[in-house]
Design a protein around this ligand. Structure first.
Ligand SMILES: Cc1cc2nc3c(=O)[nH]c(=O)nc-3n(C[C@H](O)[C@H](O)[C@H](O)COP(=O)(O)O)c2cc1C
Length: 498
């Protein structure tokens, strides 16, 4: 964890370029690919890809000069660290094939668990074809409907980090703006060219007859499964979109309508804009669904113009509540997948999990809580289809390292370790923080937080190093979380004195 943080922070100036000049300038290695792997929590795979001998130590680093931010990214040092610090620690060779990643979605074979989730990223033939070529196992195609869709401009806004990276993303996009006939043509062409790739047809009807008709049409034109969009927050009017997902009776009724249209698997895509998802999921099961997809986006306002008083995105002086996605929503997505994965009434239902997946570690967390397949949109919008390389190779190496024969072995492994309530937790021990005095720079942030947001257990000595008062410390670990040097870690365990 610590190593990862250091590696990541060292490459924050890297912009993950297209057709990166560092790689063209090097000619021997692929610095851009290696840095991308570090960015996406996949440094072990990056190290494993390096040849036995690398030319970096005595090299004048043309990669760093050619960089679009010349000399600002320590590319050479990062590669040397991979070679000298990470590679010797590798316990297994990277797997030669991707057999461990094979899985299924409601009985339909998937070559790996990763699909594009329904959105702009999978909305044309060309986009899906490029994603399939890059290695995605399938696509949940942009939601098909018979409505006349005219999108607003602009239609996105975001919360970003100091480096400009998108953390949370808001969209006010609606559904596919192609006709049903155009989309059916795309399905036929995709199936002809990529028969082993999986197409989930995301649909939204306006009434029972339309749900039935759309599911029938999609199945007839090559879809492998149907995904019922009961959850678009941007289509809430007139009983569409997330309004449906909030009303279990409608979920059951429209799932049953879609079921009448086809025998192929059906997944209900549910809204997180509810307190609990189980009532809607159980209704979908009663209506004939085989799986649940979750989460769709969360109703949000990302920012209000302080001089215009218009929230973002501003469309001709007006804005609207829209759907929030991206890495910021992962904790909420994980919580809903845990709720569904833990619900015995839903056992046997496939859970297609999504919400903020950027790296293989994000994906694995969903799988450990019961996810069977993984869908992604916002990370693809930010970084491109190419993230599939690190999603697959990182997960594959992890499985090889722990000796797992298949990704399915991991499903739900974390469920018994999490409870819906905090009542069940042991409360008789305290884990004190441990301060690494060599790493500490004496900023006093631990002291400030403990003083004003904790239990006044930390003081600063004359040497500006923290002193812990064990009688006052409750082991909350706020100091561990706020230390900018990562110099505070969990330490000794003590039975609490009452
Ligand atoms: C621009 C945009 C458009 C979307 N359009 C749809 C859609 O048409 N149908 C749908 O079911 N979900 C749609 N979604 C929701 C995503 O499929 C996904 O559920 C959500 O974004 C969470 O995943 P992520 O954090 O990986 O983006 C859209 C999301 C975004 C960002």
């Amino acid at each position: 964890m610590l190593t990862k943080t250091l590696y990541r922070s060292d490459m924050l100036r890297c912009v993950l370029c297209h057709d990166a000049p560092c790689t063209s300038a090097c000619g021997r290695l692929d610095p851009a690919g290696l840095l991308r792997s570090i960015w996406f929590d996949n440094e072990k795979q990056a190290a494993a890809r390096l040849p036995v001998e690398i030319p970096c130590r005595d090299c004048a680093a043309p990669c760093e000069k050619a960089c679009v931010r010349p000399q600002e990214v320590p590319i050479r040092r990062l590669i040397l660290r991979l070679q000298e610090e990470v590679k010797p620690e590798l316990e297994v060779d990277p797997p030669a094939d991707e057999e461990r990643l094979r899985t299924e979605i409601c009985g339909v074979p998937l070559e790996n668990p990763f699909l594009l989730s329904s959105s702009v990223v999978g909305s044309t033939y060309d986009m899906c074809a490029r994603a399939f070529e890059a290695g995605w196992a399938g696509v949940s195609f942009k939601t098909i409907c018979s409505l006349d869709i005219h999108e607003a401009s602009p239609r996105f806004s975001a919360i970003t980090s100091d480096t400009g990276t998108i953390i949370g993303f808001k969209n006010i996009e609606q559904l596919s703006d192609h006709s049903v006939a155009e989309n059916m043509e795309i399905f036929r062409e995709l199936k002809k060219k990529y028969p082993s790739k999986v197409i989930l047809a995301s649909i939204m009807g306006q009434n029972e007859a339309e749900w039935e008709e759309l599911s029938r049409l999609c199945a007839e034109n090559g879809a492998d499964a149907i995904e019922l969009n009961f959850s678009c927050p941007n289509m809430a009017e007139g009983g569409l979109g997330s309004d449906i997902g909030q009303i279990p009776e409608l979920v059951e009724r429209f799932t049953a309508s879609a079921r009448k249209g086809t025998d192929i698997p059906i997944l209900a895509k549910l809204t997180p804009n509810v307190a609990n998802m189980s009532p809607a999921a159980e209704a979908a099961l009663r209506g004939g669904a085989d799986g649940i997809s979750a989460i769709n986006t969360i109703k949000s306002i990302t920012g209000v113009g302080l001089h215009t008083y218009v929230p973002e995105p501003a469309v001709h002086g007006m804005s609207a509540v829209g759907g929030y996605s991206g890495n910021a929503v992962k904790p909420i997505g994980l919580r809903f997948i845990q709720e569904l994965g833990d619900n015995p009434a839903l056992s046997g239902m496939h859970l297609s999990a999504m919400g903020g997946v950027e790296s293989w570690e994000d994906a694995l967390e969903y799988i450990l809580l019961g996810g069977g397949s993984i869908q992604v949109t916002t990370a693809v919008m930010q970084y491109g289809y190419r993230i599939i390389e690190d999603l697959k190779s990182g997960l594959n190496l992890y499985l090889a390292e722990i000796g797992a024969g298949s990704i399915d072995e991991m499903r739900g492994q974390a469920l018994e370790n999490v409870s819906d309530t905090t009542d069940v937790l042991e409360r008789d021990t305290v884990i004190y923080p441990k301060f690494n005095r060599d790493k500490c720079i004496g900023c006093g942030r631990c002291m400030i937080s403990c003083s004003d947001g904790g239990h006044q257990a930390i003081t600063l000595g004359e040497d500006r190093r923290p002193r812990l008062n064990g009688k006052k410390c409750v082991g909350c670990h706020l100091c561990v979380l706020v230390c900018p040097q990562r110099a505070v870690t969990p330490g000794r365990k003590r039975v609490k004195l009452r």
